[in-house]
Design a protein around this ligand. Structure first.
Ligand code: GLC
Ligand code: CA
Length: 552
């Protein structure tokens, strides 16, 4: 029997490299995380998800795993990880690890062996293909980090497939030995106490083994929902998730609500939840060759319709994972809100609409104090995606100008979420006594945990309340959902209902006052459950980023 604890939970994502450095080498680590468990306990979260901490050459910040059984010495030792799990459990906090199952590092033993010959025991652990008649790659697939998805290997005299960097070869899930090896790793960590998995790009594991060309060369349209994906996930579930009772949330970049309803339908025994990208693309031009760098003004009508579709499709048939931020996303207030004049208001407004939904909310480190995008110049950025895409789109393909690219980078680069956590006003924001691996945001003297918690407008305290509501109020986990004012470009308003209790969740997602008359939706008395402006407005309007939940 599964214990569905996560349905009443709020989960906090830690990016270990940037959370807290305990030994003054400029890199966050496990003992640093352990020292901050009391902070997380006070916030009230039920579980932490750690981005990868396995041995890794760090080409893609740990999403290139060299050894799944070993903690990278930069983060600590295996014993320190076991101690962190134990301490977290003593405090009633569960621990979710990140599993990168689509690919490994090229430094992994499996790959080192695999590339040696076509006949060794690991030869079929990765996806190898002969060159075309003129030495060209087997097909026109592109990598997410720019250029071809195939790299030639001199020793083996074949190409290997990589959806990401050439240092991240894709595993061959067609090979039952690969699948078994992955179950073994998962069982190992379960034995150490790990409670669940965030599964990195899990919808990419099955490939079309005919390797047909994509309509557009060097694009990635082939990567999602391959022919055997559901079969592989079901097998994973039967071997590990159900028997060992592990929670799962899979990264599912291209999933629409209808796809997700297959992935997370409990009867099908695949995953518990998925992270969609759909609602995060409301500021991206559709089908543009420049992908995440082709920006437009956020379309909140689309945000509402997407989130509502997911609420509807997964109701009584699966469960939603709710998020606006993670280590691949910029800060939501810098992207869609206002990170200066209305920083508190916009942070709490986006939090209100997200945490009012049915599903499991995820908070990304720093989101709970309203951290903002970095104020970097190009040389300060570190991310391989940005560097690869710059080379590819700006320098080689010339499909976007340098100026437009840099403008987009300032808005949506992954590094905005990866800047060191801002704890206090001391040197390096209290993150480390040494120079951090990535530059601290220069606004840390105003924006940090200590300052926020002393402020009368504390974002942290607002999150505490949202988390308490999630634990206490069944209406949040079980209540029905109905979107109101679906076509309104600025307001996000919806109704939740359970038995004789009704809640109205209301937010203005813009920095201008909007006409809004509560009495159009409610007859009679009501009370505020939560609000982000101290005094209610007397006129029928919502001030910039005003948000509240009322009960009636
Ligand atoms: C996922 C991760 C991202 C990583 C990629 C390749 O999208 O979240 O950080 O670069 O997979 O592993
Ligand atoms: Ca350290």
């Amino acid at each position: 029997m599964r214990n569905n604890w996560w349905k009443k939970a709020v989960i906090y994502q830690v990016y270990p490299k940037s959370f807290c450095d305990s030994n003054a080498d400029g890199i966050g680590d496990l003992n640093g995380i352990k020292s901050k468990l009391p902070y997380l306990k006070e916030l009230g979260v039920d579980a932490i998800w750690l981005s990868p901490i396995y041995l890794s050459p760090q080409v893609d910040n740990g999403y290139d795993v060299q050894d799944y059984y070993k903690i990278d010495p930069m983060f600590g030792t295996n014993e320190e990880m076991y101690a962190l799990i134990e301490r977290a459990h003593e405090m009633g906090i569960k621990v979710i690890m990140d599993f990168v199952a689509n690919h490994t590092s090229d430094q992994a033993y499996w790959f080192q062996e695999s590339r040696k010959s076509r006949t060794n025991p690991y030869s079929d652990y990765y996806i190898w293909r002969d060159a075309g008649p003129n030495g060209e790659a087997p097909n026109n697939w592109g990598s997410n980090f720019g250029g071809s998805a195939w790299t030639w290997d001199e020793t083996r005299q074949q190409y290997y497939l990589h959806y990401y960097a050439s240092e991240q070869p894709d595993l061959n899930w067609e090979n039952p030995k690969v699948r078994q090896a992955i179950y073994d790793v998962m069982k190992f960590w379960k034995e150490k106490g790990v409670d669940g998995w965030r599964l990195d790009v899990i919808t990419s594991i099955s490939k079309d083994t005919n390797f047909p060309d994509n309509p557009q060369p060097l694009t990635t349209s082939n990567q999602q929902n391959g022919p055997r994906m559901h079969e592989f996930l079901h097998e994973l579930n039967k071997n590990v998730f159900t028997p060992y009772d592990m929670m799962t949330v899979g990264e599912a970049p291209a999933s629409k609500a209808a796809d997700a309803s297959l992935l997370v339908d409990p009867k099908r025994e695949e995953l518990d939840m998925v992270f969609t990208f759909e609602h995060m693309h409301i500021d991206r031009k559709e089908n543009d060759i420049n992908g995440r760098w082709a920006l437009q003004k956020p379309n909140f009508v689309e945000l509402k319709s997407t989130l509502s579709e997911w609420q509807k499709q997964l109701r009584d048939r699966g469960w939603n994972a709710l998020y606006f931020e993670n280590h691949d996303r910029a800060r939501v207030i810098s992207r869609w809100g206002n990170d200066t004049k209305y920083r508190y208001e916009s942070a709490t407004a986006f939090a209100t609409v997200l945490h009012g939904l049915q599903g499991t909310p995820f908070i990304y480190q720093g989101e709970e104090i309203g951290m903002t995008n970095a104020d970097y110049s190009l040389a300060d950025y570190d991310d391989i995606e940005l560097k690869g895409n710059y080379q590819f789109f700006v320098k080689e393909q010339k499909t976007i100008s340098e100026a437009d690219f840099l403008k987009a980078v300032g808005k949506v680069s992954r590094d905005h979420a990866r800047t060191p956590m801002q704890w206090n006003v001391s040197k390096n924001a209290g993150f480390s006594e040494a120079t951090p691996w990535l530059k601290v945001n220069s606004n840390y003297k105003e924006i940090n945990v200590d300052a926020d918690r002393l402020s009368t407008k504390s974002i942290f305290k607002y999150y505490q309340k949202l988390i308490q509501l999630r634990h206490r109020e069944e209406i949040l986990t079980k209540g029905s959902y109905e979107l109101l004012l679906a076509d309104h470009p600025s307001l996000f308003v919806y109704r939740r209902k359970l038995k004789d209790k009704t809640w109205l969740v209301v937010a203005n997602l813009t920095d201008t006052t909007q006409t809004f008359n509560v009495s159009e939706f409610i007859k009679g008395d009501y009370k505020f459950i939560l609000k982000n402006y101290a005094k209610p407005e007397s006129s029928p309007a919502l001030r910039p980023f005003e948000a509240y939940i009322i009960e009636y």
